[in-house]
Ligand binder design. Structure first.
Ligand SMILES: Cc1cc2nc3c(=O)[nH]c(=O)nc-3n(C[C@H](O)[C@H](O)[C@H](O)COP(=O)(O)OP(=O)(O)OC[C@H]3O[C@@H](n4cnc5c(N)ncnc54)[C@H](O)[C@@H]3O)c2cc1C
Length: 442
């Protein structure tokens, strides 16, 4: 079957903040990818469309989705190297590598995310304090660009474009395949330990301290009212030492279907958080845990997102220096007192890496929080935005669709300018454009 054009449809961002009519194509042959790219003036690549902000589509432009390019092209067990097509989902990737006790540890939190989307967003997983972002596992990329054709990208070939493409938000062309350096994983079973905490300060100290061992450390903190602010748990997931045989994960499907009426409000959040805290206090502090549960924490818990309803939600994911976290939280709390936002989730983890271009990575603490999408919370968030310069904060573009050119100028600073200049240098016509890249004036 010819899958050159599949037609027009409405596309909506995962956070539900933006929707528009798009033209889309799902080529299933490299020749068709070339043809469809040649025919279009304005293109953007789309993976599983699981980015919170509208990064994989653009009004009236062509979204190319290469989900049919999902083969494993080459695998060398001895050298621990694999080449896969970029339409492959993470779960299908793992179904192959885990059988050989191999994987990449930088896995974002949902199994149907595509390899292309993960690379273009330079994703990270729960163990980013030790493993950094997916950039660390990439050996090379095969890219197709409408005007430059087929390009091999690596540290030794087209290095500048390689650098622009990892975390380049699909703006350098279509990532067709990726070669990864794999890491050993002895078992696909985990042991989870949890420790109760009373404050953000306690949480920070534990995650900084524990991030040195080879585990996955992150927190869940209450932020539904000031009285309980910061109470919660620090979790630590550790791979078990005894080797286990791996059986394929069953087929997984996106289960995101927003409810007609939003169910999250300050009362329901308070009830759910109180119950969650109590259940955690009463249950064992150390227990066996499942791979899917640890690596893809939202899989099977999609109703968390569905409860926001059709108006969706806001997420802010920020990188902040450990010395600035506490003063920032104090200001956060005073704004909280004034604007009474409805926060559904608040979590910390530690991250490692070196910030460059638009990549969300650094040797900093990563703070994530979600809010119900309403006017009051948008006002609260605009006040939080005004603290970015003071605390030298870096916000995530894939998580926050409110990000503007001004915010990027204030936070990514020279790296934003460098990314833009080098991208224009590579592609003077700026063929690949998304709703977000237009908003950011890239
Ligand atoms: C429940 C949930 C949990 C998540 N957890 C995490 C997490 O823990 N850590 C984290 O870092 N992220 C996380 N994310 C975000 C997610 O990893 C990224 O947004 C990722 O980019 C989504 O991939 P996708 O396949 O859906 O791509 P899309 O959202 O469709 O696209 C994302 C970007 O990649 C580009 N792109 C996609 N495919 C290609 C291609 N073949 N060639 C070139 N460019 C391409 C697009 O143009 C776009 O800029 C989570 C998302 C969800 C929904």
């Amino acid at each position: 079957m010819n899958r050159l054009y599949t037609g027009g449809k409405k596309s909506i961002s995962f956070d539900k903040s933006f929707s528009t009519k798009i033209i889309f194509s799902e080529p299933d042959k490299y020749r068709l990818l070339e043809q469809v790219s040649q025919k279009s003036e304005k293109i953007i690549n789309m993976g599983a469309n699981l980015s919170y902000s509208p990064l994989g589509f653009c009004r009236d432009s062509l979204s190319i989705n290469i989900k049919h390019f999902d083969r494993i092209i080459e695998f060398n067990k001895d050298k621990k190297i694999i080449t896969v097509e970029a339409g492959l989902t993470l779960i299908d990737f793992l179904n192959f590598t885990l059988k050989h006790n191999l994987w990449i540890p930088q896995l974002p939190g949902y199994p149907t995310i595509s390899i292309g989307g993960a690379v273009a967003a330079n994703v990270h997983g729960k163990s980013c304090a030790i493993h950094g972002t997916i950039r660390k596992s990439i050996e090379s990329i095969l890219l197709f660009h409408k005007n430059h054709g087929w390009l091999n990208l690596s540290e030794s070939e087209n290095k500048e474009i390689f650098d622009l493409t990892v975390g380049g938000l699909g703006l350098t062309g279509t990532i067709v395949s990726v070669t990864f350096n794999l890491a050993n994983i002895e078992s696909s079973k985990f042991i989870t330990q949890k420790k109760e905490v009373d404050s953000i300060k306690d949480s920070k100290e534990i995650i900084l301290n524990k991030s040195k061992d080879l585990s996955f450390i992150y927190t869940w903190n209450r932020a539904d009212n000031l009285k309980n602010f910061g109470k919660g748990f620090v979790y630590k997931n550790q791979i078990t030492e005894s080797p286990s045989t791996f059986e394929n994960f069953k087929e997984v499907k996106n289960k995101f279907k927003p409810f007609l009426i939003p169910l999250w409000n300050k009362y329901s959040i308070n009830i759910v958080n109180t119950l969650y805290l109590k259940i955690n206090q009463l249950s064992k502090s150390k227990y066996k845990d499942d791979f899917l549960n640890v690596i893809f924490p939202f899989y099977g818990k999609e109703n968390y997102f569905n409860f926001f309803g059709k108006k969706g939600f806001l997420e802010s994911q920020l990188l902040i220096d450990e010395t600035k976290l506490e003063p920032f939280i104090e200001e956060f709390k005073s704004l909280f007192q004034k604007y009474e936002p409805t926060i559904t989730l608040f979590s910390l983890k530690n991250m490692s890496g070196k910030q460059k271009f638009l990549r969300f990575e650094d040797d900093k603490i990563c703070l994530t929080f979600d809010l119900v999408n309403n006017k009051k919370n948008l006002l609260f968030m605009s006040k939080i935005d005004s603290l970015y310069i003071k605390y030298n904060i870096l916000p995530s573009i894939i998580k926050d669709s409110r990000i503007s050119k001004e915010t990027l100028n204030n936070t990514y600073k020279d790296e934003f300018i460098k990314f833009k200049d080098q991208l224009y240098n590579f592609d003077k016509k700026r063929v690949y454009q998304s709703e977000m890249s237009n908003r950011m004036e890239i």
